[in-house]
Design a protein around this ligand. Structure first.
Ligand code: NAD
Ligand code: UDP
Ligand code: UDP
Length: 339
């Protein structure tokens, strides 16, 4: 082969293998889902720019990726404009745990709304495809069960959860208005409760709380009587769904539910975690937070039809991996304290 047209210095024949590689921006890339997404996109050969203000995200989530020359991190708050050059954008920036998103509710709404405007403006300038990490919270405390994408939801606009729920609803509106008004290629995923390694050990979400409490032999805190339900999706399944959605046909905009339809009561989750960790923890009951949804289960017919997607990891398998992740975190913290 005549290589005379190629620059001789720094020429890497492997580059030819990556002609389909893209430059991809992941906002919120240092968080739980974002860190797995960055890893999966790098593994596919793409260049990844992670943008994060490190509010709930952690550098340690990204440690395995730092040596990859196709990976970059930029500390930046998405409520401010961002000028970079990329081909695709996954917009994940936003705290997801009620404990964190209620810490500074005004900033939470700004992150969803101003963040969406800035990322959509960036996508518009570049004509880049953009995916929004929306949420099952747009259904609020649902009166339709299981939740289908055409259900408009039952959301309190002025409660403690509203900064998150209404911020995410407004972000969806913005995505669809940029689509209709500016012809922007958009994708909107409505993500249901997801768990797995890289969850923040004290972010207050139910899986991290229960596993950390069980491993420490502390009481398991059930809010309410534990009869409320959730459906838990393991992180690898969710990331697969997001990547499939981004790669889907142009006319597939969503919204599309992504979650595991196996529904269980919070009390059952507590009992499963106690059994799997062989913990002696007892159950304690605390007041149910305001507007805590009573039941939640995704209808994933649309994701099956349009993305050929369905979760593969059963709860106990996913919990096993998650429990061993939290065991390692505890061991590392104890090791550091003893030094
Ligand atoms: P997370 O809190 O672990 O990650 C969010 C990331 O966004 C963090 O790294 C945080 O530092 C960053 N961030 C927050 N505000 C920012 C800002 N203003 N500018 C830049 N970065 C900012 O949460 P997660 O579970 O990884 O969730 C990721 C996305 O998925 C969120 O948008 C969340 O709403 C959505 N989602 C998650 C779940 C779930 O169960 N994990 C469910 C539904 C929706
Ligand atoms: N924006 C950005 N990066 C870009 C282009 C735009 O962050 O590369 C932000 C900018 O703050 C702008 C917002 O996105 O206000 C919306 O952009 P758009 O072009 O839709 O509207 P504008 O406000 O510029 O009229
Ligand atoms: N929950 C609980 N104990 C905890 C943390 C949460 O009983 O220590 C309950 C919470 O009230 C809710 C469910 O578990 O009914 C899921 O809570 P999470 O914060 O994980 O997510 P979300 O409410 O946003 O679905």
């Amino acid at each position: 082969m005549n290589t005379s047209n190629f620059p001789q210095d720094g020429y890497d024949p492997d580059d030819l293998l990556h002609l389909s590689a893209k430059r991809i921006l992941v906002t919120g890339g240092a968080g739980f889902l974002g860190s797995h997404l960055c890893a999966a996109l790098l593994a596919q050969g793409h260049e990844v720019l992670c943008v994060d203000n490190f509010f709930t995200g952690r550098r340690s989530n990204l440690r395995p990726l730092l040596s990859n020359p196709r990976f970059e991190i930029l500390r930046h708050d998405v409520t401010f404009p961002l000028y970079v050059e990329v081909d695709e954008i996954y917009n994940l920036a936003c705290p997801a745990s009620p404990f964190h998103y209620q810490h500074d509710p005004v900033q939470t709404t700004k992150t969803s709304v101003h963040g969406a405007i800035n990322m959509l403006g960036l996508a518009k300038r570049l004509n880049a495809k953009i995916l929004q990490a929306s949420t099952s919270e747009v259904y609020g405390d649902p009166t339709v069960h299981p939740q289908t994408e055409d259900y408009w939801g039952n959301v309190n606009p002025v409660g403690f959860r509203s900064c998150y729920d209404e911020g995410k609803r407004c972000a969806e509106t913005l995505f669809f208005d940029y689509y209709r008004q500016h012809n922007l290629p958009i994708k909107v995923a409505r993500i249901f409760n997801t768990y797995g390694p890289n969850m923040h050990p004290d972010d207050g979400r139910v899986v991290s709380n229960f596993v950390m409490q069980a491993l420490a032999g502390k009481p398991i805190t059930i809010y309410g009587d534990g009869s409320q339900t959730r459906s838990f999706c393991f992180v690898s399944d969710l990331i697969d769904g997001l990547i499939r959605l981004m790669g889907s046909a142009e006319d597939v905009t969503g919204p599309i539910n992504l979650g595991n339809p196996v529904e269980l009561r919070i009390r059952e989750l507590a009992e499963t975690v106690i059994r799997m960790t062989r913990s002696s923890s007892e159950l304690v009951f605390e007041p149910l937070p305001q507007d805590d949804p009573i039941q939640r289960q995704p209808d994933i017919t649309r994701a099956g039809r349009l993305l050929d997607w369905a979760p593969q990891v059963p709860l106990e398998k996913g919990l096993e991996t998650t429990i061993s992740y939290f065991r390692k975190i505890i061991a590392a913290t104890q090791g550091a304290a003893e030094k």
